[in-house]
Write a protein that binds this ligand. Structure first.
Ligand SMILES: NC(=O)c1ccc[n+]([C@@H]2O[C@H](COP(=O)([O-])OP(=O)(O)OC[C@H]3O[C@@H](n4cnc5c(N)ncnc54)[C@H](OP(=O)(O)O)[C@@H]3O)[C@@H](O)[C@H]2O)c1
Length: 276
């Protein structure tokens, strides 16, 4: 891909996090890219592109004014109420300067529906605090001029060093059991693919709602068992957790806003990447 450092100025809120940092590494060589971190850490304290930011205490506006981003990627966690207020400020900034906001949402925006996978234009509905909160921010953003927003609904994200894999490895190391949800049908994705998808969305000025799950669906228990067999030969204790008697879907599939083939992914691609 062509370098064009002047094309965009990108601010990644949560640039020190798992997904935010993967994006910083993907986009940094091509665009003027800034990030935020909350927890003090030498790597970020010594990096002039990074700003310390705590959504519960600091005003995002100051950072926005300092780096004047044409694209703001929201990849943070933190107190939900504080995040909602921060996103209100980000929206005000975007309205004033015409910036685009890329928001990392979640399949949980649909966690109240259990019988089907969800598509981009389905009405969001959640029974969880996390899902509710994501929907609230989505709705706030979707009122902006449509070309200024990309809402990315992600399923569980995996990668060789993802927190989920690290957690599973730690449980195996401590001979603890790994939880599996036999009734849960979901899709998954890979960190590396998400960062490529975001790069494409930025390069091609794409906007709207994106469902970034694998094209196939998997049962949670089967997928985690396969994943365990990829990372260890040991016999691992499993704890089956049944939240309902019937199968429950938590899957985000694309129908209207599809990305090109090379940016789509299957659950086997995710497992293959973990094998490397
Ligand atoms: N991982 C997934 O499978 C997944 C799936 C669907 C959606 N998402 C969404 O993707 C986004 C990123 O997730 P992630 O897994 O990369 O999370 P993560 O690794 O926990 O990173 C979270 C980021 O937010 C920062 N942060 C945490 N609390 C903060 C606070 N109070 N104020 C300011 N910044 C704060 C962290 O900073 P420090 O690390 O410096 O403290 C870090 O940069 C989240 O919005 C999440 O809802 C993730």
């Amino acid at each position: 891909m062509k370098k064009d450092l002047n094309k965009h100025r990108i601010l990644i809120l949560g640039g020190s996090g798992y997904i935010g940092n993967a994006m910083y590494k993907e986009l940094g060589p091509y665009f003027r890219t800034y990030g935020t971190y909350r927890t003090p850490h030498k790597e970020f304290e010594n990096n002039k592109q990074f700003f310390q930011y705590n959504v519960e205490e600091d005003d995002a506006y100051e950072i926005l004014e300092a780096c004047k981003p044409s694209i703001i990627i929201s990849a943070i966690r933190g107190d939900f109420h504080a995040q909602i207020i921060a996103h209100q400020h980000i929206v005000e900034y975007a309205l004033e300067y015409g910036s685009k906001i890329i928001f990392l949402s979640s399949a949980n925006a649909f966690d109240a529906y259990s019988k089907y996978p969800s598509y981009e234009l389905d009405k969001t509905l959640s029974h969880s605090k996390y899902g509710h909160f994501k929907i609230k921010i989505e709705n706030m953003l979707l009122r902006l001029p449509k070309k200024q927003v990309a809402v990315l609904r992600l399923p569980m994200v995996f990668g060789p060093n993802s927190p989920r894999i690290q957690e599973i490895k730690a449980l195996i190391g401590e001979k603890e059991s790994v939880e599996i949800f036999p009734n849960l049908i979901m899709n998954v994705t890979l960190d590396k693919k998400v960062t490529q998808q975001v790069h494409y969305i930025i390069n091609r000025n794409k906007y709207g709602i994106f469902h970034l799950g694998s094209t196939d669906l998997v049962h949670h228990d089967e997928f985690i068992k396969n994943l365990i067999s990829v990372i260890t030969n040991q016999n691992v204790k499993l704890k089956r957790v049944y939240t309902t008697n019937e199968d429950r879907y938590l899957a985000v599939l694309p129908k209207f806003n599809k990305l090109p083939k090379h940016l789509q992914i299957t659950s086997d691609d995710v497992l293959e990447e973990l094998q490397k």
